[in-house]
Ligand binder design. Structure first.
Ligand SMILES: [Zn+2]
Ligand SMILES: [Zn+2]
Ligand SMILES: [Zn+2]
Ligand SMILES: [Zn+2]
Ligand SMILES: [Zn+2]
Ligand SMILES: [Zn+2]
Length: 249
């Protein structure tokens, strides 16, 4: 006669491959990510949460992978939160949420943390230029918006770069975005705000920053003489949004 053990039917168990504790099957559900190809989990909730905790403790980051053997899926923030919620790791969950909020703001181009680490930050929608100082609304101390460091008193951003060459990458990126070659003499010209009518300091060539057209060719200095896709052409204004669409694709 085949006598079935009642407890085996009602609550099947599984042994966790990490802690070797025999546990009810529900400790191995759910699969935290839909990207995970495995239908079963062999690491219990507690050990999964512990592995996430170890990663987050070393450096709170978004690079958390599923610990299951042969699974290399990187979990997104929702999936990481689900693991922490399952084991009610509230302290770590709060820390992780604070990290997500911080990261959200850091990805906002116009948001600046106070470099004095008073915990305050603020938006500033002016066009980013060098030597632009932001005064913290909370602690009233200054931050360099360009370098995102404590304001370098008595030093311009250019001098700061010379002193700390590592900050130079930021400058190079900025120059790439804000400089062009003179169409005639090929020297580099930097534009720091101001209007689009550029005069090359080296060869005195006058041209439009956006469409590079030669201003001396203008007969009546009318805006229709710009190239049609230039932002200074009366129609260019309407063509501009389409230009962005083309970039996105
Ligand atoms: Zn375990
Ligand atoms: Zn997985
Ligand atoms: Zn501050
Ligand atoms: Zn600076
Ligand atoms: Zn020139
Ligand atoms: Zn133009």
């Amino acid at each position: 006669m085949n006598i079935l053990n009642y407890s085996q039917i009602s609550s099947p168990t599984r042994e966790c491959v990490v802690c070797f504790v025999e546990q009810p099957e529900r400790e191995f559900y759910p699969t935290y990510s839909e990207k995970c190809r495995h239908t079963r989990r062999y690491i219990c909730n507690k050990c999964t949460s512990y592995s996430v905790k170890t990663i987050l403790d070393s450096a709170i980051s978004s690079r958390v992978a599923c610990p299951e053997i042969n699974c290399l899926v990187k979990w997104n923030s929702d999936e990481i939160r689900r693991v922490l919620l399952a084991t009610e790791n509230n302290l770590l969950l709060r820390k992780y949420d604070a990290y997500l909020i911080k990261r959200f703001f850091e990805n906002q181009f116009n948001f600046f943390w106070c470099a004095h680490e008073c915990g305050s930050g603020q938006y500033d929608y002016r066009r980013l230029t060098r030597n632009w100082k932001i005064t913290c609304s909370q602690c009233k101390r200054d931050t360099c918006a360009f370098h995102r460091v404590k304001w370098h008193e008595g030093m311009t951003c250019e001098q700061y770069d010379r002193l700390y060459p590592s900050s130079d990458t930021r400058t190079r990126k900025w120059i790439k975005k804000n400089s062009k070659k003179c169409p005639r003499c090929q020297c580099n010209i930097e534009k720091d705000g101001g209007c689009d009518h550029i005069t090359c300091q080296k060869c005195r060539y006058e041209f439009c920053w956006d469409c590079l057209i030669d201003y001396s060719s203008f007969k009546n200095y009318a805006n229709v003489e710009h190239k049609i896709n230039c932002r200074n052409h009366p129609i260019g204004k309407f063509v501009l949004p389409m230009r962005f669409l083309k970039f996105r694709r």
